[in-house]
Design a protein around this ligand. Sequence first.
Ligand SMILES: Cc1cc2nc3c(=O)[nH]c(=O)nc-3n(C[C@H](O)[C@H](O)[C@H](O)COP(=O)(O)O)c2cc1C
Length: 367
Amino acid sequence: MYKEIIRPVLDRLDSEKFHDLARESLHLAELSPLTLKLVELFADGGKRFSDQRLRVNLGGVELENPLIVGAGWDKAGRAVMALWKLGFAGVEVGSVLEYRQPGNPKPRQFMVAPGTAINWLGFNSPGMDVVAKNLSRYKNPPFKLGISIGMNRDVPHDDSPRAHAVVAERLYGYADYFAINVSSPNTPGLRKLHEKGRKKDIVQAVIDAMERKGGRKPLFVKVAPELGHKELDDILEVAIEHSVTGIIAANTADVPEMKAKYGERWRTQPGGLSGDDQDYRRMTTEKVAYIYRHAGDKLDIIGVGGIKDAETALEKIKAGAKALQIVTAIRGEGTAVAGKINKGIVEFMEREGVKSIGEIVGVDSGK
Ligand SMILES: Cc1cc2nc3c(=O)[nH]c(=O)nc-3n(C[C@H](O)[C@H](O)[C@H](O)COP(=O)(O)O)c2cc1C
């Protein structure tokens, strides 16, 4: 029903407005136990799905299933509990910046086809203090919380280690893990931070900030899907050298030919493509497999890019991902997406005699 009736209506709305409405509805539902319970009706089959066989250990973070809402869906920590009710094991909140930033001029988020998006948000964030306040509402939550750390656009690059560290320090108490995001295509010059020296300094500064607050938490680095092997090797080297927990592969793709498939006018639209595009999905799966082949014994991989059903989820796991993130398919497939994927994975496990997800991580990576 979602795809036939609701989505065609939603697809006519401004994409960002629709997104804000969806997130704020979930936020409002969190305000009372009764309405929060009602959120569950929007999960697959009207009930949150859970199964012991879906458990994964992601660099020390015990997830009850492999599905995390990826960064960008809830940038400020407004609806984490409601997203858990829909069947996700956790949410990566953010990217969170040191101080408020409005982002790029609107419109800046577009559904170019059902389930496929281009966004040019440009790191809109209310800033870390507001996010801290939002997250402080959750006491002993059942979900796992990742915090994606970004950087304000007017921070000089020499100051980038401090700008990342300060967010880690401020939100330390709320995070089950941190992610460093220097792979967004939407902040001019940001991807320069992919360079080896800079990355080293940022990673070290975040680690130092965590040590100051009482100890290390799992730390991930998120990469861009267009990175060549040499650049990716550099990042893997820095990650391993600093005992980083793992890599999130990958961010949105800023590839003109990919965007132009949806109409010539999108070729020059700044921003990154995500969601249900075969080339994009394949590109991100190949990155996961490459990382697994070269560093799978030392780094845990979170696979993200075009996951929308059990088949595309299993593709990423078999390429080497221990956990998965989903953003665009929450719009494309609807609120039941997590339950559907988790049930599909369990069905696959029963059919193939697989006892735990760990057994199939990387089996198709070519290692
Ligand atoms: C509207 C939107 C906003 C996003 N914002 C962020 C962000 O702030 N930080 C980040 O690391 N990734 C961000 N992403 C990238 C997603 O986390 C993810 O890497 C990408 O969308 C691919 O996953 P998908 O195909 O499931 O959407 C954003 C994606 C979208 C669509």
